[in-house]
Design a protein around this ligand. Sequence first.
Ligand SMILES: [Zn+2]
Length: 190
Amino acid sequence: MRKRKSTTCLTCNHRELAGINLALARGVSVRALASRYKLHRDALYRHLKSHLPPQLRASLIAGPDLDVDLDKLRETESQSLLVHLVALRGRLFSILDVAEEAGDGTMLARVAGQLHNNLEITGKLIGSLSSGHTSVTNVLVMPAYVDMRVSLVNALRPFPDAARAVAAVLHTIESKAADDITANPRELAS
Ligand SMILES: [Zn+2]
C-alpha cells in the first residue's frame, strides 16, 4: 500500500486512497463511496476487484498497521536504538574515566549504574534481534564487565602508569566492540 505503482486506476491515484480502502474493507457500499469521494462507481468496483486483495482487506479490518512488516520494523527500530545505546555507552565510559581520575566515588557509582542499564538494554536488544538465540557472548555487553572494569581501575589506582596503560587498552577494546556492534549487531550473539 505504501509503494504506489504507477497506475491509471482513479481510486489508487485518489489522495484519500487509504480511507477509501479502509471503507471498502469494512464493507461500505461502493455507491456510498462513489458519491462521497466523487469517484465513478465502475472505477471503484474495478479497484475493489483488482487492487484490494482479500489479505489486504483482512489486514485493513484488523488494524491500520498490520500491512506493515512488523518484524522488519522491529528490527529497524532496534538497530537504530542499538546504535544510540552504543554511542551513549562510549560517552559513559569516557565519563567513567573522568570520575575515576578525579576520584569521585559518587559520580563513579552513578555512571556505573547508567552503564549497567545501558548494557542490559543492549544485551536484551541484541537478544531480540537474533531470533532463537539469546546468549550474548561478548563480555563487553555484560553488566558484570562494568564491575570488573571499575574494580580493575580501582586496584590500579596506586600505580598510575599501569592504570593509564590498562585504561588505554580498555578504550581500544571498547571502541572496537562499539564499532563491531554498530556495524553488525547480529554477530554478537551466537
Ligand atoms: Zn486501484
